[in-house]
Design a protein around this ligand. Structure first.
Ligand code: ZN
Length: 298
């Protein structure tokens, strides 16, 4: 533009008037393909508008929505997305699982790569350094915990290798049946709880046994199931029995209220086992998922 004495802020109309619609000679010698372009014809009466050229070459008005779709259209869906992103999942669990499946959690093998040479070992078993493959679920501690979860889910003969677990969850349990949802929820809660346990031990010096961690997981899944609306089926009935919880079945509006009681009108809730039902019922329409840790079993 400088060589042709064009101003940087020159508009197309000015260029047309100056060059009579012909490309500068210097440009053609540098870029011969300019000769193949159609000659520009301007409607001097029309107003200038900004158009967005799509990948297929057509013009449209600019919109963020359209641009976003253009940008993502070449990306293939990852196989594991349904394991992470499903509406019944708990957002903070989904976030940790999303990081974990991409090996993005700040595990000790990563910290070592940054140049720290402190002696590090897994906070759960004290035997190996923690990496994703170790924490989920080859570590002695997490293996025992994940074994209990698998048994509760009714999944047998499963692997304990992280990549294989993610692949198995993605392929076998990606449907929207109650069974698949519960299994994906268990998986998400397990990853979250193991990561939380690892951090609690390192930063707070707090330790829970695998049995205690498993009880927390059971409460989490039960609580989440209570907030779901499902259709009656044999699978739903079996899920109710397996998890000892009464689901909200859409066709009958059948639901047990009163399993949770408020303590002194505070926001924390107590869980009551069905065998100890001696309390006035309190309806809990939606579960305070962010406060699950505040639940106490009595
Ligand atoms: Zn370990």
């Amino acid at each position: 533009m400088y060589d042709e004495r064009f101003r940087a802020n020159m508009i197309v109309k000015e260029w047309m008037e100056k060059s009579n619609g012909n490309w500068p000679e210097g440009w053609i010698s540098k870029f011969p393909s300019l000769l193949n372009l159609q000659k520009v014809s301007l409607d001097v009466q029309a107003k200038d508008v900004i158009k967005w050229r799509k990948k297929d070459g057509s013009l449209c008005n600019f919109s963020v929505n359209q641009t976003y779709r253009e940008l993502i259209s070449d990306e293939d869906d990852v196989e594991w997305w349904k394991v992470v992103w499903f509406s019944q999942n708990i957002p903070k669990y989904a976030f940790i699982v999303w990081l974990a499946v991409q090996n993005k959690l700040t595990t000790q093998d990563k910290i070592k790569q940054w140049g720290s040479y402190d002696v590090m070992c897994c906070a759960l078993c004290r035997k190996d350094s923690d990496a994703h493959s170790h924490l989920f679920f080859e570590c002695e501690y997490s293996k025992e915990f994940w074994g209990k979860v698998l048994e509760k889910m009714g999944v047998f003969g499963s692997t304990y290798k992280w990549n294989d677990i993610v692949a198995e969850m993605s392929r076998k349990f990606n449907r929207n049946s109650i069974k698949c949802i519960i299994r994906r929820l268990c998986f998400a809660a397990s990853v979250y709880l193991v990561w939380q346990e690892r951090n609690n031990r390192i930063f707070r010096d707090e330790i829970r046994s695998t049995e205690e961690l498993f009880k927390v997981l059971i409460d989490i899944v039960r609580m989440r199931l209570l907030s779901l609306k499902v259709k009656r089926s044999n699978v739903v009935i079996r899920a109710q029995e397996r998890w000892n919880v009464k689901l909200y079945i859409a066709d009958t509006h059948e639901r047990v209220f009163g399993k949770f009681v408020s303590l002194n009108n505070s926001r924390s809730l107590q869980w009551l086992e069905p065998c100890s039902l001696e309390f006035s019922s309190v309806r809990v329409p939606f579960l305070p998922l962010g406060r699950l840790d505040g639940l106490r079993r009595i």
